[in-house]
Design a protein around this ligand. Structure first.
Ligand code: ADP
Length: 463
């Protein structure tokens, strides 16, 4: 069943329900008022009647004067004595030989009841008559309820007609209104089908209505998701192209060198070195891919323990100085003693990635500065170089997986796989820290890492 039909049925059912409750209340109210009016007439008539009657010494009833009754043609009375004989009655219906209300007639107290006599619906007030505490008979005053019944019936009919008309009107109105409200959903579905049919994630759903209502927000969210998917898809495609390219180069070199040695019929040192270098590169690629996959699926375990950041930075500094050799000057201008809670190996991996990038992307004669200090509640690690810098259009993307600036991509000998920074970002983030980058093309790049310091309460006495 379509959503449009379901909503229409729901609205109509709600309208019907409200009208039903309203109808029942209205009917009950009118009924109570009508019956109360009849009852009041009966009570009034009873008082008028009782004025004109006297009781004799033997308890017999006698009519002294005919009361000035304001009897309408709908009000009748009967007076029955103790022996069940009709003592007197009003003209018309009152003259029939049976009591207006055979049950209430026995009652010991005044009571209103309804009964049917000769097919006439009556409202009867039964009043027991007493003299000196002795029962002497019963007065029954009755009024026809024909008018009341007619009114009741007309009221029910009117309520039913209004209810049916209102339900039909509500159904039609909501059917057309729903069509209008749900039309963006139809648009979204059609666009989504078009997009998946054409395999084209660059398409977007047009905003037809206001952007800040539910439908507008749904369209925006859907378009954002498409944008994100497109981005992921293209980065995956780029990654596949990059990985195949990265794999092909070392494999070609390895195969070429192996062929060469076979033809030369001897083991050549240079060829072996080449093979080893390329195998290392392949190992790094596979390692990075594995890490990335683990981080992505949340399965990269972090082993937290107090880490002396200064010792760690010094270690990285010494190791990387070997890599920088004479080509780039590696300097350590500022280092504070700082302990944080973290995974030492992963933090070292982050630092090595940043410093090796800085060395990699800084030309001969350039400088790379490392520093460690405290800023507020954080330790701040800075890796600054005077290298080629990152173009501003690449800057917002460099923490994305597989992203490499155009320049580094074309220089695949120097560049890595575009995974290092995204892994670094993940690691810093999962330490509750932040990693920031600032770069000016041709001038250099600065990476800042902020990591929360251990709070005093977290330090155990042995720490
Ligand atoms: P890669 O292994 O390719 O270096 P990274 O994720 O570590 O991958 O870096 C992503 C990209 O960011 C690099 O390809 C490079 O273009 C750019 N980049 C990172 N660090 C620097 C830097 N210090 N100077 C210039 N460009 C950098």
């Amino acid at each position: 069943m379509s959503l449009r039909l379901r909503l229409t049925i729901l609205y109509s059912a709600i309208t019907g329900g409200i009208l039903l409750i309203f109808g029942i209340l209205l009917y009950s109210l009118v009924n109570i008022l009508l019956v109360a009016q009849v009852d009041s007439t009966l009570s009034q008539t009873t008082s008028d009647l009782l004025v004109g009657w006297r009781v004799g010494p033997a308890g017999e009833l006698s009519q002294e004067t005919l009361p000035q009754l304001n009897l309408t043609s709908f009000v009748y009375y009967q007076i029955w004595d103790n022996n069940g004989r009709l003592h007197s009655s009003s003209p018309g219906l009152g003259q029939i030989s049976q009591p207006f209300d055979p049950i209430g007639y026995q009652s010991k107290r005044s009571i209103f009841r309804e009964s049917i006599v000769q097919n006439v619906h009556l409202r009867v007030l039964n009043v027991p008559l007493e003299a000196g505490g002795r029962p002497i008979g019963t007065l029954q005053v009755a009024a026809s309820l024909t008018m009341v019944d007619t009114t009741r019936q007309s009221l029910i009919q009117t309520i039913l007609i209004i209810a049916v008309a209102a339900i039909i009107f509500a159904a039609l109105l909501s059917w057309f209104f729903n069509a209008r409200v749900l039309s963006p959903l139809v648009d979204i579905t059609e666009s989504a089908l078009r997009i998946s049919g054409a395999d084209d994630l660059s398409q977007r759903i047009p905003q037809r209505g206001p952007e800040n209502d539910e439908m507008g927000r749904l369209v925006t969210a859907f378009n954002d998701t498409l944008g994100r998917l497109e981005q992921l898809f293209s980065s995956q495609q780029r990654f596949l192209a990059d990985v195949s390219h990265e794999l092909r180069t070392p494999l070609t070199v390895i195969k070429g060198n192996a062929d060469l040695m076979r033809r030369m019929q001897k083991v050549d040192k240079e060829s072996l070195d080449n093979i080893e270098d390329e195998a290392d590169r392949l190992t790094r690629l596979v390692g990075d891919l594995l890490l990335e996959a683990q981080a992505e699926s949340g399965k990269l375990p972090l082993h937290f323990a107090p880490v002396e950041l200064d010792t760690l930075l010094l270690e990285v500094f010494k190791e990387m100085r070997v890599l920088a050799r004479e080509r780039v000057q590696l300097k350590l201008p500022e280092i504070d003693q700082i302990v944080i809670n973290g995974d030492r190996d992963r933090l070292k991996q982050v630092l090595i990635n940043l410093v090796s990038n800085a060395i990699k992307y800084t030309p001969q004669g350039g400088e790379v500065f490392l520093s460690l200090g405290k800023v507020g509640d954080n330790a701040r690690l800075i890796v600054r170089d005077t290298g080629q810098g990152i173009p501003s259009e690449d800057l917002p993307h460099i923490f994305e997986r597989f992203y490499r600036a155009e320049k580094s991509r074309s220089r695949s000998k120097v560049g890595g796989f575009g995974l290092g920074l995204s892994i670094a970002y993940w690691i810093v983030n999962h330490h509750g820290g932040q990693i920031e980058v600032d770069s000016a093309e041709g001038k250099g790049t600065t990476f800042c890492i902020y990591l929360p310091l251990i709070k005093a309460v977290e330090l155990s006495p042995t720490d």
